[in-house]
Design a protein around this ligand. Sequence first.
Ligand code: FAD
Length: 451
Amino acid sequence: MDAHPGLPLSRPCLSIWQRTTRYSPLLNEGLDAELPSSADAVVIGSGISGSLTAYELLCSPNGPKTVIMLEAREACSGASGRNAGHCRPDAFRGFSALSKIHNPEQAMKIIAHEKLVLQLVKSFIDKHGIQCDFDCCRTYDVIMGEDFHRYATESFEAYKKAGGDVSDIAWLDADKAKEATRVPSALGAFEWSAASLHPAKLCQAILAMNKSLGMSLFTHTPATSITPSGSPFAPWTINTPRGAITTPLVIHATNAFAASLLPQLKGFVTPTRAQAHKLVPTPAFTGTRMLTHTYSLRFALHHFYSVIQRKADGALVLGTSRGIPGLSEATKREITGSCDDRTMSEELQDDAVRSFKRVFPEWGEEALGEGLECGWTGILGMTPDSVPFVGPVPDLPGQYVIAGFNGHGMARIFGCAPGLVKMMMGGTWQDTGMPEVFRISSERLQRLAQQ
Ligand SMILES: Cc1cc2nc3c(=O)[nH]c(=O)nc-3n(C[C@H](O)[C@H](O)[C@H](O)COP(=O)(O)OP(=O)(O)OC[C@H]3O[C@@H](n4cnc5c(N)ncnc54)[C@H](O)[C@@H]3O)c2cc1C
């Protein structure tokens, strides 16, 4: 298994999160250090998945003594360092779609798991006193189109009928929604609990904790292949341009790039480019007039924009979606299957900013220094059944994967990483608390291959 169709590209563009943490001492950690030739565990990927999995391993009483992390670029430079800053559980909306893809029981579990993850993120940040602009807030799904109105309402009713907990969800009819959301064209809105945060600060804080627990991080060190070592005690050799490491335990936390080292995931974890932007508010959105909630402006199921106004500095983060109608073929090609986070799309940016201003007409004229400041891209790992691959890799004893977060990792990883480590330490799937459909298995891969 030495094929690697793609590695993260060097010198990617910088997100707002990276631009504001260029001071982090871990960015280029281990660049000049000699790579050890062996370790008890090697985590590949320094995003939130890799960082949290390593943390849980380091804290396990019977966990590995030596943990090494390999990162192809600078620390936390994948999706975790370039997302839209939302930790936003699905409250009910995905119920219908997930029921069709899987079944209602699993759909219910997925939604319950996301709610739990919000609590897990909060308690982790509180417990460790992590300064990452974490803001527990309420969020709106603002309904901007009739079709989505129908879809969301049906999904809400189906979720409720199936016994889903709707106690945290408020429905606002058109009049109430227009007033509460400040969106004059709103057809209604659902409201529930969510959070926003500075994802790079969170990830870097976990990496720093890992370092103090003894983990060695080697940035700019891509794993290029994994080969059998021939040793019964440490059966895997991870090859890198800086040398090879032999280990009994490999964790693939490479998200969009998982198929590079695990070719059996080719076609099942598809790199897909996403884009977000930073806007400096006009006076109508400053001080006491800042947005109190985060938003998803929902024109259709796959046509939406996420909006966060950060309490920390008042900046707005505007995320885009893949289903914008009328996109040029060139832009569509730039999205699906793309690993290029060096560049961004002017077309997506223009659409997002134009749509945002139309939705919030109060925005008004921009003075110099207000309005769009920058945009950036990052690579998502999409799976055909909308859920990640977590667990022991079939037929490769000692190799585990946590990848394929479908652009929604902040609402899943804090449940998946501790669960994965429980399995590594001998626990059962039931011990992990994860929905069964997250599990990687030969059956799942075969089923997906037949679809
Ligand atoms: C623009 C954008 C907006 C988003 N918005 C949100 C949001 O608001 N809410 C939300 O929940 N999610 C959002 N996401 C998705 C979220 O960021 C991801 O689901 C999450 O960060 C995945 O974390 P991860 O650690 O699994 O992957 P990553 O953070 O991508 O980490 C994988 C790491 O592995 C490294 N790597 C890959 N291959 C190798 C190799 N061979 N050797 C060594 N290292 C390797 C990569 O360089 C990378 O650092 C967004 C993503 C993007 C791009």
